[in-house]
Structures are given as C-alpha cells and as structure tokens.
Design a protein around this ligand. Structure first.
Ligand code: C2E
Ligand code: CA
Ligand code: CA
Ligand code: CA
Length: 278
C-alpha cells in the first residue's frame, strides 16, 4: 500500500525526501495532539527600550508531546501549514494565552498579548469570527490583543488580506508586521496596509552591534515607522549593548534573550509582580 500512498500524498509532503507514509503519520499525530490539547503557549516578554519595563508578551506555540517532549514550532508549523491544521493551532494558542494571561494578571494591570497568525488566515473572513468568539469566551479585552502577521500574508491576494485586516481592526485588535527585514520587506507595505506595530527581525537588530551600512538602513526604517505613528519592536535583543543604539533610534520595545527567553505560563506569572508599562 506504500506505493499507493505516494501517489495520493499532498504535494510538498515529500520535499525533504520524507516518505508519504511518514508524512501522513505525522499529520495524524498533529491532529491527535490538537484534539488532546497538547499545544500550549509560552510567553516571551516585550519590554520598553526606554525604561526596561514589561509592556506585553508574545505567545509562542509549544507542543507538549507524550513521546517527544516539548516540541518547538520549527518542527510542526510547516506541517501545520501544509495540512491546514495551522488555523486551529493558531486559534487554540490565542485562546489559551488570552485565558492564562487574564487569569494570572487578576486585578493587576494587564500587559498586552501578541499572537502569531499564519498567512493562511488572510484568505477568507473565518479568522475574524474565530478571534471575536475567543475574545468573548476568555473576556480578554480586544484592545490589549495584537495580531502578528508576515508579509507572506499580503502577497498572494493583497485585496482580500486588506479586507481581513480591516475587519480584525474593527474588533479593536491591533496589527503587527512580523519579521521585517526578511523576505521582500517592502516599505510600501507600511503605508498600504493598516499596521500599528513594526517588528524588526533579529537579523537587522544584530547588525546594530556591528559596523557597516545596515545600521543606516535600520535607522531609516525605525524613523519612518515612528513618523507614521507606528510602534517599533526590536526582535532578538540578545545583548545589553544593543539597547543604547535602539534607544537613540527611538525604538519603542525590545524582545529577546537579553530580557528573557519564552517561558511557560507559571513562570510568566512571576513577571507580573514588577510594574507594567501602560
Ligand atoms: P517569530 O514569530 O519571529 O518569533 C520569535 C522567535 O525568535 C521565537 O522562536 C523566539 O523564541 C525566538 N527568539 C526570541 N528572542 C530571541 C533572541 O534573543 N535570540 C534568538 N536567537 N531567538 C530569539 P520560536 O518560539 O521557536 O518560534 C519560531 C517561529 O515559529 C516564530 O517566529 C513564528 O514564526 C512561529 N510560531 C511560533 N508560535 C506560533 C503560533 O502560535 N502560530 C504560528 N502561525 N506561528 C508560530
Ligand atoms: Ca512573531
Ligand atoms: Ca518575528
Ligand atoms: Ca520568524
């Protein structure tokens, strides 16, 4: 039967020489894990560059697998996108993160929450109802939620993506352009689409610690985004020496191992005792 499966396997499943049988096995396992509630959010702090105060968290998916242990996203996002299960994974992570953060914060000020949405969500309106339902379910305030998307979501059908983005904003949720500095990184996206936040990829941020022309590029991008009224998050802040240039460039927030790695919900709770930037 193996030969038969090779013929009927979805294209892309065998890209890395992986057998179709193995692909189907992995997809079933992903579906099983989703049904069993094995996906959970880790939380990585997003901190003000100016004062080093906690402002929010990015929710990052982890798969607590019964045999494989804690599985990082690089091992299942691909499969999730090829199988279409990513939509359910994204919304499960979003709902759990909203519920956990709200419950943990209690009466204390609520940091914002930033969640990742695969580009697949931006081809139809389903995600709008999906987000609205989960906001209602968890009681998480829409204006504390940010949705992160990459420009991949914009290239296939920009008009449709634009419509979806506007409906998400109608909910009161804000939009962040993720990974800027990878892919096309077209500056035109910044004014053609209603982004509130620009996240500068770690490859660019790292260049701030080095001599060379990239420094000027990063400087220009931050200045432009700030003039357009956007908040700017520097990703991958690994060392303290990056903070001074980021502050001088007017960067709003930083995120990276210098501040904290992504942590499970119980560790995140301990971070809420410190003052929260409003
Ligand atoms: P991303 O959205 O760009 O998230 C940031 C990634 O950089 C995270 O990796 C984070 O752990 C890592 N990171 C943070 N600070 C540093 C640093 O200082 N140095 C270095 N080297 N890395 C740092 P992670 O958690 O493994 O996630 C990888 C990617 O998987 C994410 O990249 C995102 O594209 C995707 N992903 C994660 N969770 C979800 C999800 O719920 N839905 C979707 N669709 N994608 C997700
Ligand atoms: Ca992200
Ligand atoms: Ca990113
Ligand atoms: Ca990334």
């Amino acid at each position: 039967t193996a030969n038969h499966l090779v013929v009927s396997a979805p294209t892309g499943g065998t890209e890395r020489g992986e057998s179709a049988l193995n692909w189907i096995h992995r997809e079933h396992d992903l579906e099983r894990g989703l049904g069993a509630g094995e996906f959970e959010p880790f939380f990585q702090p997003i901190v003000t560059i100016a004062g080093g105060e906690l402002a929010g968290f990015e929710a990052l998916a982890r798969w607590r697998h019964p045999d494989r242990g804690l599985v990082p996203p690089c091992e299942f996002i691909d499969l999730g996108e090829k199988s279409g299960l990513i939509r359910q994974i994204d919304l499960a992570i979003m709902a759990d993160a909203c519920a956990l953060l709200r419950r943990t914060a209690g009466d204390r000020p609520l940091p914002f929450l930033s969640v990742n949405l695969s580009s697949q969500h931006f081809t139809d309106m389903d995600v709008v109802t999906g987000l609205a339902e989960r906001l209602a379910m968890t009681g998480f305030p829409a204006d504390r939620l940010k949705v992160e998307l990459t420009e991949t979501a914009l290239v296939h059908d920009p008009h449709q993506a634009y419509e979806v983005m506007c409906r998400i904003k109608d909910l009161g949720v804000t939009l962040a352009l993720d990974d800027f500095g990878t892919g096309y990184s077209s500056l035109s996206y910044l004014h053609k689409f209603p982004f509130d936040v620009l996240k500068i990829d770690q490859s660019f941020v790292r260049a701030l610690g080095e001599v060379g022309r990239t420094h000027h590029i990063v400087e220009t991008i931050i200045t432009l985004a700030r003039r357009m009224g956007m908040e700017v998050v520097a990703e991958g802040v690994e060392t303290a020496d990056l903070i001074r240039p980021l502050r001088e460039l007017g960067c709003t927030f930083g995120q990276g191992y210098h501040y904290s790695r992504p942590v499970p919900a119980d560790v995140m709770g301990g971070m809420l005792d410190r003052p929260i930037a409003s």
